[in-house]
Design a protein around this ligand. Structure first.
Ligand SMILES: *[C@@H]1O[C@H](CO)[C@@H](O)[C@H](O)[C@H]1NC(C)=O
Ligand SMILES: *[C@@H]1O[C@H](CO)[C@@H](O)[C@H](O)[C@H]1NC(C)=O
Ligand SMILES: *[C@@H]1O[C@H](CO)[C@@H](O)[C@H](O)[C@H]1NC(C)=O
Ligand SMILES: *[C@@H]1O[C@H](CO)[C@@H](O)[C@H](O)[C@H]1NC(C)=O
Ligand SMILES: *[C@@H]1O[C@H](CO)[C@@H](O)[C@H](O)[C@H]1NC(C)=O
Ligand SMILES: *[C@@H]1O[C@H](CO)[C@@H](O)[C@H](O)[C@H]1NC(C)=O
Ligand SMILES: *[C@@H]1O[C@H](CO)[C@@H](O)[C@H](O)[C@H]1NC(C)=O
Ligand SMILES: *[C@@H]1O[C@H](CO)[C@@H](O)[C@H](O)[C@H]1NC(C)=O
Length: 747
């Protein structure tokens, strides 16, 4: 007892220190009662970069905190990536003679911190007022609203819709603003009850209009505004490459900032604290905080388990079945005189057998629970009927039948998920290389600790993949549902992702020749055309990108990752969904309207074509601003006749001018802003197939090759001067001629 006492003290002390300090060691954690968490800091050495400097002025009581050394007062800093400031109010006031007496047009600039577009509104108050907010978000923007009324009796308390008060939303990425408010008529007809016009940006739900505000805004001089903050200027993927500068520390997650460049960190589920500090995210002791278990609770890093003592059954959770006593028949005591020694040995033997039996039962119970949690039931309902119990792994049948693997089997196959077996790590989970008992090599995807939506995605992928049988789609061999996190087993594709081959410079780039690029594009187009037109019901992949195209030893494309894919009901032409996909590949029309159609895949595929053509990443914050989005840069380069400048050197060397041109035109068609104007995947696939046929059999093409490569530059730059529409339709015509040949070959 005396030994454990100091330990408890130490733990208590640690808990207090951790709970209190969100700043770097040795740095001020509070300004008055405002918490100053890292990456913010009040002096050099305490903040992450200059942007995060805040100044605490203790000559006020309570002390006041300011953004950098400005006059902008900060009232709260939240680790969720927001901070609250006090913003000034614009006024325009008149005297009884209708002459202006006050005119304030505040201007605020926040450098790295954009105004939260979701949490603020622009508001104007007055009965003869129009207000304008101007600012810069890289682009300039101007918006505003106007508010009129004749009498104070017309206004409605709490309503801000144009009578005495009006409001509008703030666009994204606003880092500075200038507010002006004016009157039409110097308030001459409303002066009695409303001598001034006011306007301001304010946090949503903190300002409620009242008729009393028309007199003097009830004495307000500033209003709260919420700003967003994020660290870095790149995406999570790019930032993670340099672990020393990566801001998200242990047990935290990274997610991309949606209001400008950069990323934010959040403690993983089951942890709390400051994710930007080393060891800042601390395990939550669920057992102490919410005591979720009925009898015994064990806290584990990031989670907890409930258990029941021997002789009880149930899941142990208060919210679940709790623990209840197992009804057990009491064994009648045998004649003691027969010999205590015998009965003791029998009891010992029997006891250990019973204990073993209970343990096995518990493990089986746990597996069954996980099976259920992981959507096993849903899966069984949706998969075609099977003759045997799902628990069995000894299914015989054709080689490509879908297999349910046991936990042990996969554990053995991956050498207990050994680090050396990791093939890749992504947002959805980790992929391991596995070797099954029959010596086949497979890839095993282990999802992250499953929340419900991930389990749904997982079941979704199984259902979709089990319906596809296509040489260019990665084969799903089976899955395991008995573990806490679901496992998927795929055929092993030896040569990594297309992304690696295009963008990793250490690899020999010569292998991914122009001919290979053209073939990979054609094969991928073939898969998408098949999914859109031949699968029943049609399937939209929703996440086409070079990371999801795997290559085998012959550089044959295998499309993977159907976690986000959608089965498309045939009786509907569009589907409203939560927008999902990868930035840089995401269809802008779908992004705006949330209406999913198969044309969204066409757009993403267009980006992939551009990536193949230029060898540049779809989205990169390392490039100058106008080149960040390769698709947009490509389209504008085409317009300005500068295509050649962005085409990969290797492609220029190997490809023929005519073909590159047609390839670029196909890509441009896919990238049309309006989905309706993009070709279907079938058309794209046919056109690429046509290009390939000519590429493979150069005798079909009668032009003089030597001359052509000499004049490459001239031709390419001329190609986009004319009427693009006629050029596109002309290329569709030529496609028909090309497509005839592969079938004539006797395939
Ligand atoms: C700080 O103190 C003021 C009053 O002293 C109080 O209104 C405010 O809610 C406090 N803020 C925090 C974050 O505790
Ligand atoms: C604190 O605020 C007072 C009053 O505005 C000002 O005079 C003083 O210079 C400020 N101190 C610092 C350190 O900025
Ligand atoms: C309105 O106010 C402006 C500025 O004080 C003044 O120049 C103008 O004469 C006024 N107009 C009327 C109609 O009172
Ligand atoms: C609005 O509310 C204030 C006080 O809450 C009250 O004095 C005023 O009369 C109300 N105005 C109207 C138009 O209801
Ligand atoms: C990683 O970041 C650190 C700190 O910013 C820097 O010193 C180092 O050069 C970076 N390493 C690479 C490989 O960029
Ligand atoms: C960050 O983590 C907290 C606590 O786990 C959670 O409530 C919140 O939704 C997370 N935020 C994001 C953006 O994931
Ligand atoms: C555990 O659950 C049982 C039945 O669900 C209930 O009777 C008992 O009071 C619970 N015990 C605790 C400590 O919550
Ligand atoms: C990103 O930030 C780093 C250091 O803060 C800077 O060197 C680099 O130029 C920035 N990149 C862009 C694209 O702004």
């Amino acid at each position: 007892m005396s030994m454990s006492l100091p330990l408890i003290f130490l733990q208590l002390l640690l808990a207090i220190v951790v709970a209190a300090s969100q700043a770097l060691p040795g740095c001020e954690n509070l300004c008055g009662n405002i918490s100053v968490p890292y990456p913010f800091g009040t002096r050099p050495g305490c903040f992450k970069s200059d942007y995060f400097l805040v100044t605490c002025n203790s000559s006020f009581n309570p002390p006041k905190l300011y953004l950098t050394t400005s006059l902008i007062e900060v009232t709260d800093i939240f680790l969720s990536g927001e901070l609250r400031i006090q913003s000034w109010i614009a006024r325009d006031c008149y005297n009884k003679q209708h002459l202006r007496v006050v005119k304030n047009n505040p201007w605020m600039r926040f450098r790295k911190f954009p105004v939260s577009h979701t949490r603020n509104k622009f508001i104007a108050v007055g009965c003869d007022s129009y207000a304008v907010i101007k600012g810069s978000q890289g682009r300039k923007y101007t918006t505003g609203c106007l508010s009129l009324c004749d009498s104070i009796d017309n206004v409605i308390n709490g309503s801000c819709s144009g009578i005495g008060c009006c409001q509008t939303i703030i666009p994204k990425e606003v880092r500075s603003y200038n507010i002006r408010v004016n009157s039409y008529d110097n308030h001459s007809s409303v002066w009695d009850f409303n001598p001034c016009s006011y306007s301001f940006v304010a946090e949503d739900n903190t300002y409620t209009f009242s008729s009393l505000d028309l007199a003097d805004l009830q004495g307000r001089t500033s209003v709260p505004v919420v700003l967003d903050w994020a660290v870095g200027n790149e995406t999570c993927v790019a930032a993670r490459k340099n672990q020393t500068s990566f801001a998200c520390k242990q047990n935290s997650k990274c997610y991309n900032f949606d209001n400008g460049p950069g990323y934010r960190c959040n403690c993983s589920d089951g942890y709390e604290g400051n994710p930007y500090l080393s060891n800042g995210c601390q395990d939550i002791d669920e057992c102490k905080i919410s005591s979720p278990c009925n009898m015994t609770c064990h806290n584990l890093p990031g989670t907890y388990v409930c258990s029941c003592p021997e002789g009880y059954q149930g899941d142990g959770k208060k919210s679940g079945s709790g623990c209840s006593r197992i009804p057990r028949k009491s064994l009648p005591l045998i004649n003691i005189a027969l010999g205590i020694s015998i009965s003791i040995s029998v009891l010992l033997l029997g006891g250990s057998w019973l204990y073993w039996g209970f343990r096995q039962r518990k493990i089986i119970k746990l597996r069954e629970k996980f099976f259920e949690q992981n959507g096993g039931i849903m899966l069984l309902q949706k998969l075609p009927k099977r003759d045997e119990s799902v628990q069995s792994s000894k299914r015989t049948g054709s080689a490509k039948s879908f297999e349910i693997y046991t936990e042990e089997c996969l554990k053995k196959a991956t050498n207990n998920y050994h680090e050396s077996r990791i093939l890749g790590q992504g947002g959805q989970g980790t992929v391991y290389k596995g070797i099954l008992p029959d010596d086949t090599t497979v890839a095993i995807k282990k999802s992250k600790i499953g929340n419900k939506s991930q389990v749904e995605q997982f079941v979704n992928e199984i259902i979709i993949l089990s319906q596809i049988n296509h040489t260019n789609v990665v084969k799903l061999l089976g899955c395991c549902l008995e573990t806490q996190v679901p496992l998927l087993v795929y055929e092993f594709v030896t040569n990594g992702t297309l992304y690696d081959h295009i963008h990793t410079k250490t690899r020999s780039t010569s292998l991914i020749t122009w001919e290979n690029r053209l073939r990979i594009a054609t094969e991928t187009a073939g898969v998408l055309s098949y999914l859109h037109s031949d699968a029943n019901p049609p399937i939209i992949h929703r996440d086409i990108k070079s990371n999801n195209i795997l290559l085998d030893e012959n550089y044959t494309a295998k499309v993977s990752d159907f976690g986000a894919s959608r089965l498309f009901p045939t009786d509907q032409t569009q589907l409203t969904t939560l927008v999902q996909g990868t930035l840089g590949y995401l269809d802008p029309e779908y992004f705006q309207t949330s209406q999913l159609t198969e044309k969204s895949d066409v757009y993403s595929f267009g980006v992939l074509l551009v990536e193949l053509l230029t060898g540049k990443e779809a989205l990169s914050y390392d490039r100058p601003e106008k080149e960040r989005n390769i698709a947009m840069y490509f389209v504008s380069s085409l317009k300005e006749d500068r295509l050649l400048e962005i085409v990969d050197q290797q492609v220029i060397k190997e490809g023929k001018a005519e073909k590159l041109k047609e390839f670029a035109i196909v890509a441009k068609g896919c990238l049309e802003v309006k989905g309706d104007e993009r070709p279907t995947m079938k058309e794209v696939a046919m056109e690429l197939q046509g290009l390939r046929t000519v590429e493979k059999h150069p005798w079909v093409n009668d032009s003089n090759n030597a001359e052509e490569s000499h004049s490459l530059l001239g031709e390419l730059s001329n190609a986009y001067g004319g009427d693009e529409n006629t050029r596109i339709s002309a290329s569709y015509d030529s496609m028909v001629n090309h497509v005839i040949s592969p079938f004539d070959d006797g395939r």
